[in-house]
Design a protein around this ligand. Sequence first.
Ligand code: ZN
Length: 533
Amino acid sequence: MYDILITGGTVVDGTGAPAYRADVAVRGDRIVAVGTLDGATASTVIDATGKIVTPGFIDMHTHSDLTVRADARGWSKLRQGVTTDVVGNCGMTPYPVAHDPARAQVLRESLFAIAGDVPWGWDSLHGYRETLNSQGIGINLAPLVGHSAIRGAVLGFDDRPATTEEQDEMGRVLARALDEGAFGLSTGLTLPPSAYGDTDEVVNLCRTLGRYRGRLYCSHTRGDTAAGPTGMREAFEIGQRAGVPVHLAHMAVNDPRRWGSAGEVMDELDAVAISGLDVTGDVYPYAASSSGFSQCLPWWAQSGGRLETVARLRDPATRARIREDMEADGLLAGWPWHWDRLLICRVENPEWAHAEGMNFVELAATRGVAPIDAALDLMRDDEGRMQVIFFYRTEEDMQVFLRHPRIMVGSDGSALTVGGPTGVGRPHPRNYGATARVLGRYVRELGVLTLEDAVHRMSGKVATRLGLQDRGWIRTGLAADLAVVDPGTVTDHATFTDPHQYASGVDTVIVNGGVAMTAGEPTGIHRGRVLAA
Ligand SMILES: [Zn+2]
């Protein structure tokens, strides 16, 4: 007698090996049998005839750190068969928290975009894990620890180099998070305060990381410039000097002058891998990215955190300097401004709600000002919280990354739930669709990946990279994180104009042995846990 028996399905086991016919049995929170289980009985029997049975998907790159605190359900992920989100990416984590209340508040402000207003109360990864585990969460989380949080805790959000003493202290703070089970260190080198750290500072931190075998350096890099993928090259240098494995977040070619060069980027990556660096990356299946508009402001203007940024925007002389630098420096790593490629996707100030869904050329036309002024007005009035979508990528480059053997899938999205506190604004459709889109569009419709390969890049390959020992594959003895998916119908529905649309075609999802979704509908149980390395 089993607790759960999935019968009649085709197992795609997460290793990349060919699919095969098998039943899967679960007892407690473990997979206990895989094979022909004729005559077996179970309290819950799930008929998977005509469908595939896969490991629950592991999303390599997310920002669900606090969305599951705000709304534990995380249905945008469950509806895609995702059972584990890697959190703590891009340098941003809600831990460690400084003891100094003002500094702690700056960290909270900085994470508003990925959290909204949710109660905290912890000061460490350990405390975060205890809080979320006792609250209950719909999916598992595999946490990294972020450079911005570490730097913010030790020296605040100021735009200055860290002293030797501060770097040593950052190393100790990092070590504590690694002791508490962080799977690696993330940077967000275009996002202050991580961006204020130079190469040597990150190398020093990664030397501490290197004492923990297999823990990853996950780099949101400084980006590509006119000179090529310079941000990626810095990540390689950091990995080589510190002797740590490097994982490149959300790979892309963003500079329009370099569109079409993804093949050359991957040739460089292959060459470094052949020379001995342990390197991988992730990508999400869209030709647009999304983040706070604050990334578009000069770094000096963001020193001290969000409220200081807003104060600068309110001061006419300082605002004029910000505007001047933005025009002179270009977007992020010096990309040309195309204001019609920047879509406003979330504002908090109700007086500007009408701007959601417009690009800055459209918004500027309604106000009779230049796009850059419309952007700075909105940023000021929205107190620095505005989120935007950047249409600065191409489908062709994205497919080159997606096909490459060192790449896995990471949505860069969060676990959201329609109708709850996280189902707001017009977020990037990746939150609701990335995983389903890989299976629907890139496996079934376009044949870019085989089904087995795609599942591998969203389960076993990710588990291997994280050093997860007990999930990511369908195998006796492993955690019962499973999905039953109809490969003939699985489809993403979220769009840039109508993003709060769940994916379809995922029938059943099991998280740690609990049936979190059945017959295409979530059950409301919360069996997820914050995992530890
Ligand atoms: Zn990032």
